[in-house]
Design a protein around this ligand. Structure first.
Ligand code: PMP
Length: 434
């Protein structure tokens, strides 16, 4: 049995002492954080819709019309007209035959991957994929080949190693902690050559990239060439929940096979109505998407001017790599004192020695305040002992002070890249060089 106090002590010793900061009032570009006004630079409310009057009204009206909860899972009595309407709109938005709502992005990835792979299959997964993809792989009990980040050659090598057992390639489109974009066209080509399915998680691409915010796949013109697109309603679309977009037989299959769809309560009507209103707003005014892109470019430019290396981010998610976890925390606290909230992200969320501030831009930020925030971040980083150009990534990351504490167990050990066919049952790892 896990001894809670002892385990907690161990986690603290690893530098993990997470706490939740308290926001008063609605989400927006500025919030009251633990009672103090700050510029919010780490929210996923990318288009600034979470507190938009149209979403609020739609959610309030839906509560009056349909009630607060769906009160049952979709296959029992929880499928309401409003769910069906949002599914139709989402399918249209993503240019696919069908869409299916899930309770959250986490549940969508976990359920869909477990439905598409089974013991004996191999799932190919980018090493920086979101935790929900990793957990979907675990749930499936398939073998998992974790390929080097965005490395199509390595993926190709792994497909060969799998000797025909490959079932699925799963990737984020925009990586949540780095803001870079997966090589989607090449991945789709490989999948077509080797008869593999593809799942693309557009949690951070939906509402952000592509024509009208239709996503990174739409930007690449290949949204109809993957098997499953996962999108969330809780980020750019300002509400809560998630969906998959796919063809009709796949949707029918998932209704019958995705356990996180089958065995969980349907989304609450106000959340569904909020997402519907967000889609409408996006379609009426795609300028929001352009404003987000312009704001992100303004912040990236200023950060680069200040000497930060942004590791190839060309999106609204911008990593400021610090390296050492304690140093990242100190910079975060110092920025907060100056009214800028950019959360420090540490292992196991990111690989060891790549602790960072993860900045996320919103369409509703003003460019001048973003530039000022970049200057503040550079000042506090330097004052804390970080020369922006000194810590550019894992290879260059040398701790300035005490080395980072040992990684938590979910984190890959330092040393050779964490790659290979991972045999879930036998815990064997076949490395590329093997
Ligand atoms: N996929 C990615 C890439 C994410 O970043 C997240 C959440 N941060 C999720 C899925 C999970 O989505 P949700 O918050 O709706 O569960």
């Amino acid at each position: 049995m896990i001894e809670i106090e002892a385990r907690l002590h161990e986690l603290h010793a690893l530098g993990l002492n997470r706490r939740m900061r308290l926001v008063s009032g609605p989400q927006g570009p500025h919030v009251l954080l633990d009672g103090k006004p700050v510029l919010l630079l780490c929210s996923n409310n990318y288009l600034g819709l979470a507190d938009h009057p149209r979403l609020r009204e739609a959610a309030a009206d839906a509560a009056m019309r349909w009630g607060v909860g769906a009160a049952a899972s979709r296959l029992v009595s929880g499928t309401m007209t409003i769910h069906r309407r949002l599914e139709e709109r989402l399918a249209e938005f993503k240019g696919r035959q069908s869409a299916l709502l899930f309770g959250s992005g986490y549940l969508a990835n976990a359920g869909v991957i477990a439905a598409l792979a089974r013991p004996g299959d191999v799932v190919f997964s980018d090493e920086l994929n979101h935790a929900s993809i990793i957990d979907g792989c675990r749930l499936s009990r398939a073998d998992v080949f974790v390929y080097d980040h965005c490395d199509v050659e390595h993926l190709h090598w792994g497909i060969g190693k799998a000797e025909g057992r490959g079932a699925l390639i799963a990737t984020d489109s925009v990586f949540s902690m780095d803001g870079d974009i997966a090589p989607l066209t090449e991945i789709v080509e490989l999948a077509q050559q080797h008869d593999l399915r593809v799942l693309v998680d557009e949690a951070h691409g939906t509402g952000v990239l592509g024509p009208g915010g239709r996503g990174a796949l739409a930007e690449a013109g290949i949204e109809d060439q993957v098997d499953v697109i996962v999108g969330t309603l809780g980020k750019a679309l300002g509400s809560y929940g998630a969906f998959v977009a796919c063809d009709e037989p796949m949707a029918r299959y998932l209704v019958n096979a995705a356990r996180t769809f089958i065995f969980s309560t349907a989304l609450p009507p106000p959340a569904v109505a909020g997402a519907l209103a967000a889609l409408e707003l996006l379609q009426e005014s795609p300028k929001r998407v352009q404003r987000l892109a312009a704001n992100a470019a303004a912040l990236r430019d200023q950060l680069e001017l200040e000497g930060f290396d942004l590791r190839g981010s060309r999106t609204h998610i911008i990593p400021l790599i610090v390296g050492d976890a304690q140093l990242a925390l100190r910079i975060c606290e110092a920025a907060l004192m100056r009214g800028v909230f950019a959360q420090a992200i540490r292992p196991p969320t990111v690989p060891p020695m790549t602790s960072r501030l993860r900045l996320a831009v919103m369409a509703t930020h003003r460019q001048e305040e973003l530039r000022a925030a970049a200057r503040t971040l550079a000042q506090v980083a330097r004052a804390a002992g970080l020369q922006p150009r000194m810590h550019l990534g894992p290879a260059a990351a040398k701790p300035l002070e005490a080395p980072e504490s040992a990684p938590a167990e979910e984190t890959a050990p330092p040393g050779p890249p964490r790659v290979g066919v991972f045999d879930f049952e036998a815990s064997e790892t076949v490395r590329r060089a093997a």
